[in-house]
Design a protein around this ligand. Structure first.
Ligand code: BEZ
Length: 211
């Protein structure tokens, strides 16, 4: 069965461009993002990896480690990284897993045979400090992902983890958030000292608590 939200992200040990990595050890006590790439030396993947390298300080700020994977072998990754650096004007600063036997790709269901039986789709798994899967995304090979959206989702997930809030449609960091229905009005008054507005009894908004 496909991995679902709330499942423990399966642990694995794999060869990467930064040496052998054990996934859970690599994540430590923080958050993690595992994202797959269909193939080395391909244009969309090259732009994605360059984008993530440039955003690394943003992931660091969110206590989040990133790790990429493709089914190509380590020598191929090592040949490709200088191209990414050169064409995207950056330095790849996170590990890329080599998965020629598809051990990790199969573990995470990243190969969708009716899309391609040789390449992974573009999967994203966001993993929380408890090692549980908090979010999954699946894009086709032809569509590069929006990593600003992945940062936005991380902000939302981390707010939810820290406070009893959810985030509305198209929310971005700094905007009002929603008090989850499980919190009573009395508890909300204590928990959210900036106050809240009840637009409906079930729709209560409050300024972002950590701002
Ligand atoms: C790409 O990264 O450009 C790509 C990879 C596999 C299939 C199609 C596009």
């Amino acid at each position: 069965m496909a991995l679902q939200l709330g499942d423990v992200a399966p642990d694995f040990t794999a060869e990467t461009t930064e040496g052998t990595v054990s996934f859970h050890d690599y994540l430590g006590d923080g958050w993690g993002i595992l994202f797959s790439h269909p193939k080395d030396f391909t244009p969309v993947c090259t732009t994605e990896l360059g984008t993530v390298a440039k955003l690394k300080p943003e992931f660091d700020k969110r206590n989040t480690k990133v790790i990429a994977i493709s089914v190509d072998p380590i020598d191929s990754h090592r040949g490709w990284v200088p191209d990414i650096n050169d064409t995207q004007s950056t330095t790849v600063n996170f590990p890329i897993i080599a998965d020629p036997d598809r051990k990790v790709s199969d573990l995470y269901g990243m190969i969708h045979p009716n899309a391609s039986d040789t390449m992974t789709v573009r999967s994203v798994f966001v993993v929380g400090p408890d090692k549980k899967i908090k979010l999954t995304l699946t894009y086709p090979a032809s569509t590069g992902r929006n990593f600003d959206e992945i940062l936005r989702v991380l902000d939302s997930l981390q707010l939810t983890a820290q406070y009893s809030v959810a985030t509305p449609a198209n929310w971005v960091d700094g905007q009002d958030v929603i008090i989850v229905p499980a919190v009573s009005d009395a508890d909300a008054e204590a928990k959210f000292p900036k106050g809240f507005t009840a637009i409906r009894p079930y729709l209560r908004v409050t300024p972002q608590p950590n701002r």
